[in-house]
Design a binder for this molecule. Structure first.
Ligand code: CO8
Length: 256
């Protein structure tokens, strides 16, 4: 894989994607989105991959959409840029494997929106998160207004969106925007440890947990329960489930 703005490394069955434009604090411009889409095309074909970790190079995770690129936009370009980013983040969110954001530093604007499209987030104690678009006379354009209130609740979401304040990792943890905060040097080891735990579980089980949970957020409870029962039932026809249950009963590790 060869991209100007991304680096990819595979550690066995765990992929690590690093957004790499450190001179602009990894700000998301058209090139990054083109690279991200090409990367997703490739990653989707890599069947051995069990988890994807996303992080940023240098002192930022991602400091937002590229403000310089937006400076000459009229409404048409603004809307197109917003929709392109939303589509890319939806693709990421819909990847069949879990995606973990390892937030190493600034996750602002489009960077926080990228982190929120991941399945969950581990943050360095030095990370700072925020939606500073109001400082630019803007609103978020990559679904920040939508995902933030779903993750943190409407009060904390509007506090972050209206003040544009950067919040520290511990505050983000209290708002349940990140699931764990660790010392900076522990960020990648801890994230890899969590990824390895997930990678050791039933592959189809993890995939279906993600699918059913994410679909459920778009459904009424009764429809979500029906989907859960359908998928739950279908798993009893798979080798993975039979092996998982047999291994438990025979007091051994599953062989999958
Ligand atoms: N876009 C472009 N360049 C950036 C960005 C950015 N978002 N953030 C930082 N940079 C550049 C700086 O301009 C600087 O470049 P140079 O060295 O050439 O002057 C370089 O990165 C280093 O940045 P700083 O010198 O500012 O570093 P500091 O450590 O002093 O400050 C901050 C770090 C606080 C993160 C500061 O850089 C900052 O405030 N950045 C902007 C953060 C921001 O406002 N982000 C939100 C952008 S808007 C957005 O994301 C909307 C998303 C939806 C868009 C929808 C499409 C229309």
């Amino acid at each position: 894989m060869n991209y100007n703005t991304l680096k990819f490394e595979a550690k066995e069955n765990i992929g690590i994607l690093t957004i790499s434009r450190p001179e602009a604090l990894n700000a998301l411009n058209s090139e990054v989105f083109n690279d991200l889409n090409s990367f997703l095309d490739q990653f989707e074909t890599m069947e051995n991959m069990r988890v994807l970790i996303i992080t940023g190079e240098g002192k930022a995770f991602v400091a937002g959409a590229d403000i310089a690129e937006m400076s000459n936009f009229a409404s048409k370009e603004g809307k197109e840029f917003s929709e392109k980013g939303q589509d890319t983040f939806c693709r990421l969110e819909a990847l069949s494997v879990p995606v973990i954001a390892a937030i190493n530093g600034f996750a602002l604007g489009g960077g926080m929106e990228l982190a929120m499209s991941c399945d969950f987030r581990i943050a360095s104690s030095k990370a700072k998160l925020g939606q500073p678009e109001v400082n630019l006379g803007l609103i978020p354009g990559y679904a920040g207004t939508q995902r933030l209130s779903r993750l943190a609740g409407i009060g904390d979401a509007l506090f972050i969106l209206m003040t544009g304040e950067m919040i520290k990792a511990d505050q983000a943890l209290a708002m349940r925007l990140v699931q764990k905060v660790v010392e900076p040097e522990e960020l990648m080891p801890e994230t890899l440890k969590i990824a390895s735990i997930i990678a050791s579980k039933g592959k189809n089980a993890v995939k279906q947990v993600k699918y059913v949970t994410r679909q459920g957020t778009k459904m009424m409870l009764n429809a979500g329960q029906k989907l859960e029962a359908d998928v739950f039932g279908s798993m009893f026809d798979t080798y993975e489930t039979k092996e998982g249950i047999n291994a438990f009963l025979q007091k051994r590790n599953p062989n999958w």
